[in-house]
Design a protein around this ligand. Structure first.
Ligand code: CYT
Length: 282
């Protein structure tokens, strides 16, 4: 079975055989944010290893389970862990789970990640709502033959597709309002993606700041490109786990990235719990 669409359908059919819940919202949890999956009620947790064609994460802190159930009564599919291009996965594999979320019935997607703060007004442990992205990974998730059957809404899944409103203004406004209500600081920012796995150099970070980037990371943009190809609405949230290279006079390490995930967990969780029913209604 080489056809991407057929593989995605096969994986989707397997998942549907494991749960009667039909998710309308997908959530991809980034490094250090995986505990949010414990918020899912009436949960069916399916290890990625059990799902046909699903890629397996090799990174510490990415546990590799699809958790389907409800949050605040809304049927959701939560990806606890994702795979990255730097692990050696090809683009269709990195974005395979996003394709499957769409086929499961999701019409909105919340993508989250751990990112380095380039904008010096950000603080470690802070949350940022993505307003846009810059893809400097040197590749594109929609490479290869176009598959119109991936369209979830009329006009989607074209060969060339619009990215001018990749991060839904409506969902961003809901996030801003809810954050303000809860007293959570939620600035907006542009996420720049690199391939990784090396962290960036200080010279790269200075260059990225000049280019208009507020955050840097190694994920998200591929999933967002594929979500937009299919016609999903996207909300992007970054957790600033560290200031990017050269901003502070110190080295960057993965343990710090994980530690700040845990510290931000309460804010992240209460923001998302309140947002989910609003996104479903939007
Ligand atoms: N931090 C991070 N660069 C960083 O500085 N989490 C990803 C990429």
């Amino acid at each position: 079975m080489t056809d991407l669409y057929a593989r995605a359908q096969f994986a989707t059919a397997y998942i549907k055989s494991q749960t009667s819940t039909a998710p309308v919202l997908g959530i991809i949890l980034g490094s250090g944010l995986g505990n949010f999956a414990s918020q899912v009620e009436n949960a069916t947790a399916i290890p990625y290893a059990d799902i046909p064609h699903f890629p397996q994460s090799t990174v510490a802190g990415h546990s590799g389970k699809l958790v389907i159930g409800t949050i605040a009564g809304i049927p959701v599919a939560v990806m606890q862990g994702r795979v990255h291009a730097y692990e050696g996965y090809a683009m269709p594999e990195v974005t395979f789970p996003t394709r499957v979320l769409g086929q499961l019935g999701c019409r909105s997607l919340i993508v989250t990640n751990a990112a380095g703060g380039i904008n010096t007004s950000y603080t470690q442990g802070g949350l940022v709502a993505l307003s846009d992205h810059i893809n400097l990974t040197g590749t594109n998730a929609a490479l290869g033959p176009n598959e119109p059957r991936f369209a979830l809404v009329p006009g989607a899944a074209q060969r060339f597709f619009d990215m001018s409103a990749a991060y839904s203004r409506t969902l961003r406004e809901l996030a801003q309002k809810e954050a303000a209500k809860q007293g959570i600081d939620l600035p907006e920012g542009v996420y720049l993606a690199v391939l990784g796995p090396s962290y960036e150099t200080p010279a790269e970070i200075r260059a990225f700041r000049t280019l208009g980037a507020d955050l840097v990371g190694m994920s998200t943009v591929h999933e967002v490109i594929i979500a937009r190809h299919m016609g999903l609405q996207v909300l992007g949230l970054s957790l600033v786990t560290n200031m990017a290279a050269g901003v502070l006079d110190q080295a960057i390490n993965h343990e710090e990235v994980m530690e700040f995930g845990l510290k931000a967990e309460a804010r992240f969780t209460s923001l998302l719990l309140a947002l989910i029913p609003q996104i479903d209604a939007a």
